[in-house]
Design a protein around this ligand. Structure first.
Ligand code: PEP
Ligand code: MN
Length: 338
């Protein structure tokens, strides 16, 4: 149920409606809007009768939400969400470019790559300090030391930083040092982490699970938003299929699908989506042409020495070319400005 308040509804009327929702045993979720306030009602098992709210002062209408996800649906919020990450927008007109190594390996490695991607025109810097690896014997990341390197690099380059949190403990650390926290594919349905992300002080970059459907992805986002954190942006990063010409199969069809049912921004990660560096440029351009709000790509100056995901990392010079091509595609679709 979505309760839409009148444009001139007073703060007191909004509070009274929220109180009424609580009295009925449900939860009111105030939806930020530029013109009017809306209140999403969650916590109900079956349908609620709109008449419960429609007679209350200040209420314009009460609408049933038909999707299983509520607060992230376009039924509840028609306008695209624009998320502020370290003072820069994700979503809206400008296509965001996030770049950096898979993992923070050392201060020198991180500074070299950050300087190169900043110079080439990246908007945001990425790098994992906590790495979810398939093997327990693989490099697990530098942890807190990695976060400190990231924070130093942010100061040096001015680029906001995005890094992964793998559990509640690392989320608390990421909150201290980064501009947005990533939840990786393997944790997309880690519900306790999602709830913690919903109480986090920073925006959440939620990646699609290795075999998640569109509905499962949006329900995962709903977990975060229902705890009060509306600053969520999504990422398509490839799913498992029988194809063996690439590590995963990048599902660009999910972009218009997300756009039609949700107001959240969706980005594309062609690095994990393909696992091969020669596919990163063409699929970055394709993602933007298909309507993605941005791309995230892995860059390394010495991919053969990378401690994780070397085969998919592109060189800084290739990244500079990618930025030019992606911006040119964005311009074709009138998406090269804020
Ligand atoms: C990553 O972005 O470094 C990462 C581990 O991605 P994913 O969770 O999509 O595998
Ligand atoms: Mn990686």
């Amino acid at each position: 149920m979505l309760i839409v308040m009148k444009v001139d509804a007073t703060a007191e009327e909004v509070q009274d409606v929220e109180e009424r929702v609580r009295t009925l045993g449900f939860r009111p979720n105030r939806i930020p809007g530029s013109e009017r306030t809306a209140i999403g009602v969650t916590g109900n098992q079956g349908a609620i009768d709109p008449a419960e709210f429609e007679g209350l002062p200040g209420v314009k209408e009460a609408i049933r939400v038909t999707r299983p996800y509520k607060l992230v649906s376009r039924e509840v919020k028609a306008a695209d969400s624009i998320i502020d990450v370290g003072g820069k927008p994700i979503g809206g007109r400008r296509v965001a470019i996030i770049a950096g190594p898979c993992a923070i390996e050392s201060e020198a490695q991180t500074r070299t790559i950050a300087a190169a991607v900043a110079e080439a025109g990246a908007d945001f810097f990425r790098g994992g300090a906590f790495k979810p690896r398939t093997s327990p014997y693989s490099f697990q990341g530098l942890g807190l030391e990695g976060l400190k390197i990231l924070a130093a690099v942010r100061k040096e380059t001015g680029l906001p930083v995005i890094t992964e949190a793998v559990d509640e403990e690392s989320m608390a650390m990421v909150e201290e040092y980064a501009d947005a926290a990533q939840i990786g594919a393997r944790n997309m349905q880690n519900f306790s982490l999602l709830k913690r992300a919903g109480r986090a002080r920073l925006p959440i970059f939620l990646k699609r699970g290795l075999s998640a459907t569109l509905e499962e992805l949006l329900m995962a986002a709903e977990y975060i938003v229902s705890e009060g954190n509306y600053r969520v942006f999504l990422c398509e990063r490839g799913v498992r299929t029988f194809a063996d010409h690439s590590r995963n199969t990048l599902d660009l069809a999910i972009i218009p699908s997300v756009k039609s049912v949700s107001h959240l921004p969706i980005l594309v990660d062609p690095s994990h989506g393909t696992g091969r560096r020669d596919k990163v440029l063409p699929l970055s351009c394709a993602a933007v042409a298909a309507g993605a709000d941005g791309i995230m790509v892995e860059v390394h100056h010495e991919p053969h020495r990378a401690l994780s995901d070397g085969p998919q990392a592109i060189l800084p010079g290739d990244f500079a070319r990618l930025v030019k091509d992606v911006r040119a595609v964005a311009a074709l679709f009138d998406r090269d400005r804020d």
